[in-house]
Design a protein around this ligand. Structure first.
Ligand SMILES: [Zn+2]
Length: 166
């Protein structure tokens, strides 16, 4: 039962890993964005090899300034970055002080996500190989106990070997 759950999670993780790879490849060509309907200022996006969660300032005039690039951009390896207004002309016009944060973004690199999703399938494959090796050499596939004296049932953990089930 535990093994079956592990297999299910590994397959799911592998699918997510593949989906991230597709998203990663397409993120350089187009920006995929999904604005959360309940919160108009929150957007989930995929751009330039990153998966992002962004918060925008609710004032729609800020979008105009984004095109004029009157903001600074702080970016970390994996984590938060923010855009703030530096140009005093724009700040005066908008009546917001210089340094007002216009966008917060949490970004995760796609390769990092892929690595994360690959952990479970890799452990699953390693575990499967170990089980096969144990079964072939006459040991319990669950706990590794020597089954030469009791081939029908493991006296240590109670597991029934596949050979005995057949
Ligand atoms: Zn056993």
């Amino acid at each position: 039962m535990r093994r079956r759950l592990f297999t299910f999670c590994s397959v799911l993780s592998l699918l997510l890993c593949a989906a991230t790879a597709v998203l990663w490849a397409s993120s350089y060509r187009t920006f995929h964005g999904f604005r959360l309907p309940s919160a108009q200022t929150l957007t989930i996006g995929s751009t330039s090899g990153n998966l992002t969660l962004s918060w925008y300032h609710p004032d729609p005039r800020f979008a105009i300034i984004f095109h004029n690039r009157a903001y600074s951009y702080h970016r970390f390896f994996v984590g938060f970055f923010s855009s703030e207004w530096l140009d005093p002309n724009y700040s005066n016009w908008l009546k917001y002080p210089v340094g007002t944060i216009a966008e917060w973004e949490f970004a995760l690199h796609d390769w990092f996500l892929m690595l994360l999703f690959a952990v479970a399938p890799m452990l699953w494959a390693i575990d499967g190989a170990r089980r096969r090796r144990r079964t072939i050499s006459g040991f319990c596939s669950t706990c590794g106990y020597d089954l030469r004296a009791s081939p029908d049932r493991c006296p240590e953990c109670g597991a029934v070997p596949e050979k005995a089930m057949a």
